[in-house]
Design a protein around this ligand. Structure first.
Ligand SMILES: Nc1ncnc2c1ncn2[C@@H]1O[C@H](COP(=O)(O)OP(=O)(O)O)[C@@H](O)[C@H]1O
Ligand SMILES: [Mg+2]
Length: 283
């Protein structure tokens, strides 16, 4: 986990590897359950097989996984806590799927950049309120992403997570271990013929319109939900979002959950000195 300290120095990004501690899975965050740590070692729950092993799963399963991935992108971007968590390493082996509940979980949370949007609003760095559109990266290697940590740490409206999920996992631009076509490869004929899915995925990965990715991502979430045609499962999984809401409620009810604690401890505001204190406290 990487932390921005926008009020101190925009150029500084700090590293802590316990995202699952600050953003606990049992409170709805899509990270492996944090069990404990010893020095730099962190123990988390085993989730299940990599997302990669579902690359050739039946279409319905892949649609459900794709829908969950877009929901994760949304949750990490917009949540009640006003922390944005940007995924900096998005590939088929950094997500796993629970065998029983079928839930998608991020298993490599080292490369998550945490930006405090409330602080950005307070400190108003240059262009803080200009919507930021990530640049499509057509590189030759697998799972590339283009981003600027300084910009991600200094804007409140950012399409990075939609970009990362669409470009590297879902769209035809996703390449991984010699495959192409992405998780939503080979759709049924009627969906391919309709063309909407392909168009939304393209616009989400490599938008042609200004701010097109924000809109495409929203429509893609809706379309995938509709395609999965499984509203019961959808309602059940929205517990993910509910968990966050409950946590917000509890924060005001006197318990000290870990995310608001990030702020109340003051280490986000205070920077590296306080961060060192926090690491010592929690290891
Ligand atoms: N909590 C977990 N549950 C299931 N598999 C995991 C978990 N953590 C890691 N893995 C597996 O181990 C692999 C390597 O872990 P990862 O944290 O991504 O390390 P690296 O930094 O080397 O990429 C992952 O790609 C995944 O297959
Ligand atoms: Mg990894």
């Amino acid at each position: 986990m990487l932390l921005c300290f926008p009020c101190q120095k925009l150029t500084h990004v700090y590293y802590i590897d316990k995202v699952g501690y600050s953003f606990p899975s049992d409170e709805g965050w899509p990270f492996a359950k944090y069990l404990g740590a010893c020095g730099r070692m962190v123990a988390v729950n085993y989730v299940g097989e990599e997302l990669w092993s579902y690359f050739n799963a039946p279409w319905e399963k892949r649609v459900d996984l794709a829908w969950q991935l877009m929901e994760i992108a949304e949750q990490l971007t917009n949540n009640d806590f006003e922390f944005a968590l940007y995924l900096l390493d998005v590939s088929f082996d950094n997500f796993a799927v629970g065998p029983r509940d079928g839930k998608v979980i991020i298993v490599d949370a080292e490369n998550v950049l945490v930006a405090d949007k409330r602080l950005i609003r307070q400190n108003k760095p240059e262009n803080w309120d200009v919507w930021y559109e990530s640049k499509f990266d057509d590189c030759d290697k697998e799972a590339c992403l283009s981003f600027s940590k300084e910009i991600l740490c200094a804007r409140v409206t950012v399409d990075h997570n939609y970009y990362a999920i669409c470009q590297n996992l879902l769209s035809r631009h996703a390449t991984w271990r010699g495959t192409s076509g992405g998780l939503l490869h080979d759709p049924p004929a009627e969906i391919a013929k309709e063309g909407r899915l392909g168009a939304l995925l393209d616009e989400c990965a490599n938008p042609k319109k200004r701010y097109g990715r924000f809109q495409a991502a929203k429509e893609l979430r809706e379309y995938l939900a509709q395609l999965s045609n499984n509203f019961d499962a959808k309602a059940e999984r929205s517990v993910r979002t509910l968990g966050v809401t409950v946590l917000a409620g509890r924060a005001f009810g006197g318990l000290a959950p870990s995310v608001p604690a990030l702020r109340s401890l003051g280490w986000v505001q205070k920077g590296p000195v306080a961060l060192g204190g926090l690491q010592r406290d929690r290891i």
